[in-house]
Ligand binder design. Structure first.
Ligand code: DGL
Length: 283
């Protein structure tokens, strides 16, 4: 049994939430709703976003830097709130890096929690995934879903333009709508029986009002935030040794590798409230 004592070798600190940019705010928002008592540090690598079109090696290198940065800020637990980074870097970090750099800490992702639940939403057992090219190329969704629900048919569509459109607030323009409609049509043409679509990128929940206008009401859109938040709650309950290292002051600190002003502007779109951000580098 682990207790917080003066001489404890354990470090106590906020839960770290990492994304390539602002998309992970859709996850943070839900986590905060479900677990308001904890402290959080959100780190957005906006200077190097988007990750979705980058190589495995680059995404791994950037994600590992972010993980080390959040560890250096005292985070005992990090949620990689980015599907691309979860798909391309998480497993290596968990298996190869964590045992060497911080065996007492934990890093979790967003793909596993979603795939553990998806079979409970679909009736037809035909599921669509909308994600970045990197996530689709990794095939992580198909591989993970196969473990939990081997009878599901999974079709994926890479949407290379969606993150840049959202990051630049261009998704509501006619140009933006063209790309959204195009990828959606591609996905639905692959399989007419799809009744459930996973938004496999943390940026995409911002498109829900548009997506709802474009797809039949019989198709359900699943965003990850509420699922990840619920799974985190269960995880902390099952792992008191980790929960105990997470401080509980109800605060959130926002860090970005780009301009803090730009981050604040973009964050307002995601959170519907003003926030203050600070610039940081990854060292
Ligand atoms: N929001 C990230 C995701 O969930 C990726 C965005 C990007 O391409 O950087 O995949």
């Amino acid at each position: 049994m682990i207790t917080k004592t003066k001489n404890s070798p354990l470090k106590f600190g906020p839960i770290g939430i990492f994304d390539s940019g602002v998309g992970g705010l859709t996850i943070l928002k839900e986590i905060k709703k479900t677990l308001p008592e904890y402290d959080y540090i959100y780190l957005g690598d906006n200077a190097r976003a988007p990750y979705g079109t980058r190589s495995f090696e680059t995404v791994y290198e950037y994600t590992l830097e972010a993980v080390k940065k959040l560890f250096s800020l005292g985070c005992p637990l990090i949620i990689i709130a980015c599907n691309t980074a979860s798909a391309k870097a998480l497993r290596s970090i968990q298996q190869n890096d964590l045992p060497k750099i911080a065996p007492e800490k934990r890093v979790l992702g967003v793909i596993r929690p979603t795939t553990e639940e998806i079979g409970h939403f679909t009736q037809t057992k035909h599921v669509g995934i909308l994600a970045t090219p990197g996530t689709v190329k990794s095939d992580s969704y198909r591989i993970e879903i196969e473990k939990f629900f081997p009878d599901l048919r999974v079709h994926q569509e890479a949407c290379p333009m969606w993150v840049p459109l959202i990051e630049n607030n261009e998704h509501n323009t006619p140009g933006g709508e063209y790309f959204i409609q195009k990828n959606l049509n591609h996905l639905l043409q692959k399989d007419h029986r799809i009744d459930t679509i996973i938004l496999g990128c943390t940026h995409y929940p911002l498109l829900i009002p548009q997506l709802k206008k474009l797809i039949p009401p019989s198709i359900r859109i699943i965003s990850q935030g509420p699922i990840v938040a619920e799974k985190l709650k269960i995880y902390l309950h099952r792992h008191p040794e980790i929960a105990l290292q997470c401080t509980t002051g109800g605060t959130v600190k926002y860090l970005t590798t780009e301009s803090s002003f730009d981050f604040e502007e973009k964050a307002r779109l995601f959170l519907n409230e003003p926030i203050r951000a600070e610039h940081t580098d990854m060292r």
